[in-house]
Design a protein around this ligand. Structure first.
Ligand code: BTN
Length: 262
């Protein structure tokens, strides 16, 4: 990563402070330290490689030098941001990523709810949203994004949970990490003030993978539910329809979604 060149390009975007590193433990961890020291809205932390990258559900996330994108964006929502709309932050990360992949790579991208991005059914990117509270008020939201860009970005561990792929291999052309980063950030910054709008929900919903298909939801290795994936409720929760026609809503929490084995 040419830090000066990246900084120069990123300065054109409406971001807060910029913190770019060749190597970090975790960009989400660094973002947490920075907002506690007063880092402003849209502060960006990006690293060429991570030694202790965090994935969802306590998993680790490996970022090898020169192969992938790993970054975190700090948001300061209003302290009275409604608790029932917190799902929107997962959608914000996933939708921005899906839009950026489509625009930069020219291939359709889908969102495996809540926040994995798939190309041709393979996971190319993941989002880790971490909420930080001060009592009952939300203090900051850190949206961490990891994208498998070049060949060699995928590890064996990545393949354990879901088939994974790199963007370049799946779209069959060169992909610039910096262009993809800028495009994702532009999308995040422009959707962020519009999280309550119908257009946000419908754009997120229109990217969902497995719509109309039978899926199952798992938590801690146990199957919670099976049903047809209907789409998103107005809260951003996922709606599943059982065989009897009953509709049930789920928030992302510790849930994993996959296509059901029929
Ligand atoms: C997932 O499990 O799919 C989410 C992975 C999120 C990884 C990104 S990489 C940048 C940011 N920093 C971290 O430590 N994790 C996230």
């Amino acid at each position: 990563m040419d830090i000066n060149c990246w900084k120069h390009r990123l300065e054109e975007l409406p971001l807060g402070d910029l913190h770019l590193y060749q190597e970090l433990g975790s960009t989400n961890q660094k973002a947490e330290e920075l907002f506690q020291q007063g880092a402003p809205q849209f502060t960006l932390v990006a690293a060429d490689s991570q030694t202790k990258g965090r994935g969802r559900q306590g998993r680790s996330w490996i970022t090898r030098p020169g192969k992938a994108l790993a970054f975190s964006l700090i948001l300061h929502p209003p302290s009275d941001f409604p608790a029932e709309r917190l799902e929107m932050f997962s959608g914000l990360g996933a939708l921005a990523l899906a839009e950026a992949v489509q625009a930069e790579c020219g291939v359709p991208a889908q969102i495996k709810w809540p926040n994995d991005v798939l190309v041709e059914g393979k996971k190319v990117a993941g989002v880790l949203v971490e909420l930080h509270w001060s009592g009952t008020d939300i203090q900051a939201v850190v949206i961490g994004v990891g994208i498998n860009v070049h060949k060699g970005s995928i590890t064996k561990t990545d393949q354990l949970n879901f088939p994974a792929g790199s963007l370049e291999e799946l779209c069959g052309k060169k992909v610039s990490r910096l262009d993809l980063l800028c495009r994702t950030l532009q999308s995040m910054c422009s959707w962020y003030p519009r999280l309550a709008e119908e257009a946000f929900l419908s754009s997120w919903d229109s990217c969902l993978a497995f719509k109309g298909e039978q899926v199952e939801l798992q938590a801690g290795g146990t199957i919670l539910d099976r049903g047809e994936l209907v789409g998103l409720a107005s809260s951003g929760c996922l709606v599943l329809r059982s065989r009897t026609g009953e509709e049930r809503e789920y928030n992302s929490g510790e849930i994993r979604l996959r296509r059901a084995n029929l």
